[in-house]
Design a protein around this ligand. Structure first.
Ligand SMILES: [Fe+2]
Length: 352
């Protein structure tokens, strides 16, 4: 079951007493409900991100504004179901999740309301937010290549498109097509190159697989380190995490491989939006605005070794060490829009 964190408990309970008990009739367990759901000084956040340091970040918001933050953490799909079933009785104000494709799914269900905020528009680049303000990117992840420097030279690498060419036959590792990261990558390629070219690419890529897709991104990095494949496509933070690991074994794996950021690097986001039935929508906007402030941006991104969504924020040394790269300017909304087509393309290409 999801972990429920209540910050500033005393005040939260106090505001519950003043506001009246507004628990959600359809929520699953009484003890884990966001009880203090409404009241002037509360924001209720449903988050599919799970990092121990989140509470520290949210405390900063409470200190600044006096608004208590209640967090309900869970899996993306569980939280979405819950918001839907709670309907107009939902106490949820903000939904935070990972991957633009998932934000789009919530948007399609009509769960987000548009937010107009000059601060959000200034802090978040246009390609990392919804054009009508339904959601905003808060941090960025790059889908990069990890390669074996003993078998591959950096000069051989260029684009994702190139990984489908014959020279890579039997050398590429990537996880399955059921994963949202790959669906968003393919949706991005569709936006860039169209469906036909992307399908031909997917067929070529599948032909170049070193092995059937298995496991998440970390096993692909291990696959390169162990010699099962020569190049893998993974999210950058998995490599950063290994390089910073407390386990010598993981650091060794991280050091055995090298990172390559493709010529136009596919970027994805963690993001948040104000929910349609938010009882505290003003507080919700303030909360998301806070998450885009320079100090919060640094913190929010660092927790998962991600890149901040805002420009001009200091980077973690490991990320800094990856060097400059050319992030794709394509708006991440394309990932949701082309998502269903991407799944069909991968299916037709035989990408398991
Ligand atoms: Fe991930």
């Amino acid at each position: 079951m999801s972990l429920y964190k209540k910050l500033g408990l005393t005040t939260a309970i106090l505001s519950l007493a003043l506001a009246g008990c507004q628990t959600s009739p359809q929520s699953s367990g009484g003890s884990e409900d966001i009880a203090a759901s409404t009241g002037d000084k509360v924001v209720n956040v449903y988050s599919a991100r799970h990092y121990n340091t989140d509470s520290q970040l949210y405390k900063g918001f409470t200190e600044q504004t006096g608004i208590e933050v209640n967090i309900l953490e869970g899996k993306d799909s569980e939280l979405l179901e819950r918001i839907k079933s709670e309907g107009t009785n939902s106490s949820a104000d903000v939904f935070i999740t990972v991957d633009a494709g998932r934000l789009w799914r919530a948007e399609e269900e009509g769960l987000f309301q548009p937010t107009t905020s000059e601060m959000l528009d200034n802090n978040i680049p246009e390609n990392l937010r919804h054009p009508e303000g339904l959601w905003f990117g808060l941090s960025q992840r790059a889908r990069i290549m990890v390669y074996d420097p003993e078998k591959v030279t950096e000069q051989e690498l260029s684009t994702y498109e190139n990984l489908a060419s014959r020279e890579w036959e039997g050398r590429v590792c990537i996880r399955s097509s059921s994963n949202i990261y790959n669906q968003s990558l393919v949706a991005w390629l569709i936006e860039k190159n169209g469906v036909d070219k992307t399908e031909a690419w997917a067929k070529g890529l599948v032909n170049n697989f070193a092995r059937e897709p298995e496991g998440g991104d970390v096993p692909q990095i291990r696959g390169v380190a162990q010699g099962s494949c020569e190049v893998a496509v993974v999210n950058h933070y998995y490599l950063a995490r290994m390089l910073k690991s407390e386990k010598a074994k993981d650091r060794l794996v991280g050091k055995k491989v090298a990172a390559f950021f493709p010529n136009e690097t596919h970027m994805n986001i963690s993001g948040a939006g104000v929910l349609t039935n938010a009882p505290n929508s003003q507080n919700a906007v303030q909360f998301i605005e806070y998450l885009t402030s320079p100090q919060a941006q640094e913190f929010f991104a660092l927790q998962n070794n991600e890149f901040p969504a805002s420009k001009g924020i200091g980077l973690d040394p490991v990320l800094e060490g990856f060097g400059e790269f050319n992030a794709s300017p394509i708006n991440v909304v394309a990932y949701g829009k082309n998502g269903a087509e991407a799944i069909e393309v991968m299916d037709r290409a035989g990408w398991k």
